[in-house]
Design a protein around this ligand. Structure first.
Ligand code: HEM
Length: 124
């Protein structure tokens, strides 16, 4: 695996390793208040990013387009902003980061919707 698929997968593995450690910490302390942030780190950071990586591996034509790099940048910014954003929202210390992170995360999915349709005849 190389190129953008690698980067989607490589970062996803880091997110899930952190997410799992966070889950173990929640279990050990019995404090589940931040479970929603843990869940989003794992589901957006690991599952969604790994699915994006799988798609770009299966459809190399899509991976070669500059839009794939833009997609990676938006998706990464989304994960890195939405997770602390949810922590802050749960702790009632502000919702701005959650709003920015969720908008970026949606935007990254819209880029992906466009990419999937644009490359419908390409790939395996
Ligand atoms: C070492 C691995 C993991 C541990 C120890 C762990 C631990 C936990 C704990 C303690 C909770 C809170 C449960 C509660 O309050 O009812 C939780 C919630 C959750 N976890 Fe994990 N987790 C792990 C990995 C994952 C992974 C890989 C995913 C997804 C791909 C995931 C998704 C979720 C979801 C969706 C919730 C529910 C969040 C909510 O109710 O707001 N977890 N986890």
């Amino acid at each position: 695996m190389k190129g953008i698929s690698f980067w989607f997968f490589a970062t996803a593995t880091i997110y899930v390793a952190i997410g799992m450690a966070w889950g173990i910490m929640m279990s050990a302390t019995g404090d589940h208040k931040l479970a929603a942030a843990h869940a989003h780190l794992n589901l957006i950071g690991w599952v969604t990013m790994a699915l994006f990586g799988t798609y770009y591996h299966l459809v190399p034509k899509a991976a070669e387009n500059v839009l794939a790099k833009i997609h990676f940048a938006i998706a990464t910014a989304g994960v890195l902003i939405i997770v602390p954003g949810i922590v802050m929202a749960v702790q009632q210390t502000g919702e701005t980061l959650a709003k920015i992170g969720s908008t970026l995360t949606l935007l990254s999915m819209l880029v992906f919707v466009f990419t999937v349709f644009r490359n419908r005849m390409a790939g395996a």
